[in-house]
Write a protein that binds this ligand. Structure first.
Ligand code: NAD
Length: 260
């Protein structure tokens, strides 16, 4: 087991990619906090992962944009399990508009969930990681950390920002044994993406099938969606890698949509 007894916090893990990462970690023996806006859903996910074992999980209420909620949530995990070894800052939403129509309130909401959330959760976990001289911080970026698409000004801006944040943390954290990396998935069929298909079709005036075939998967090498399991495999690599040799990096898992 690669994460036996490691204490991991995964935000936005009640469903979607975060839930699959949490499941992978529990399968590797970790103790995982399912931190999500939706406590009932987080607790349900935690109960099913604990039943699966060999690790265990707990649900934690956490709005990642709320400074107090983040510090209270991290404190609950530390009170129960003593420390934090791995943070996966994954909670995220999508809002699409043409730039000239993008409501400022939606722009601020996007930057708050993706960037304030990453900053606040990392800042709350880092003292525990420094105290034990080890830790792994993983930000859920996107191919949109590297590439742009129409209608996604806020998302692309926020996802690019995570690269900068992880690089600074990797420089500051190195002497304390703390690493920071970014996972950059292509399209994964989760509720977040299911919602975008009709929205993009309407905004671009094209059929939904064309949104999938041309916009979402047109640049992949094989026309395939990335899966949450693919992303979880990379999340396991970053969480379990033993040294500072792998820090300040971003890894694209996208069926070749974007290559660098
Ligand atoms: P999802 O909508 O399936 O799940 C997101 C989870 O985050 C939900 O459980 C939701 O309750 C939670 N959440 C939302 N706002 C929150 C907040 N303020 N505080 C705490 N929790 C909150 O989404 P997903 O597709 O699993 O996406 C997860 C992450 O992966 C996001 O950061 C997203 O940008 C990124 N991503 C997704 C894809 C994709 O194609 N699905 C591709 C690349 C990157």
């Amino acid at each position: 087991m690669k994460l036996k007894d490691k204490v991991c916090i995964v935000t936005g893990a009640a469903r979607g990619i975060g839930e699959t990462v949490a499941r992978r970690y529990v399968a590797e023996g970790a103790r995982v906090a399912i931190a999500d806006l939706e406590l009932a859903a987080a607790e349900e996910t935690a109960a099913s992962l604990t039943a699966m074992g060999p690790g265990s999980a707990m649900g934690v209420a956490m709005d990642v944009t709320d400074e107090q909620a983040v510090s209270d949530g991290v404190a609950r995990v530390v009170a129960r399990w003593g420390t934090v070894d791995v943070l996966v800052s994954n909670a995220g939403i999508q809002i699409v508009h043409k730039i000239e129509d993008f409501p400022f309130a939606d722009w601020k909401k996007m930057l708050s969930i993706h960037l304030d959330g990453a900053f606040l959760t990392a800042r709350a976990c880092i003292p525990h990681m420094y105290a034990q001289k080890s830790g792994s911080i993983i930000f859920m970026g996107s191919v949109h950390s590297k590439e742009a698409s129409p209608l996604k000004s806020a998302y692309v801006t926020a996802k690019h920002g995570l690269l900068g944040l992880s690089r600074v943390i990797s420089k500051e954290g190195a002497e304390h044994g703390v690493r920071a990396n970014v996972i950059c998935p292509g399209f994964v069929k989760t509720p977040l993406v299911e919602k975008q298909i009709p929205e993009q079709a309407a905004a671009l005036g094209i059929p939904e099938s064309e949104v999938i075939r041309r916009i979402m998967l047109g640049n992949t090498v094989d026309g395939e969606f990335t899966t949450a399991e693919d992303v979880a495999e990379v999340a396991l690599l970053f969480a379990s890698f033993p040294t500072n040799a792998l820090t300040g990096q971003s890894l694209i898992v996208s069926h070749g949509w974007f290559m660098e």
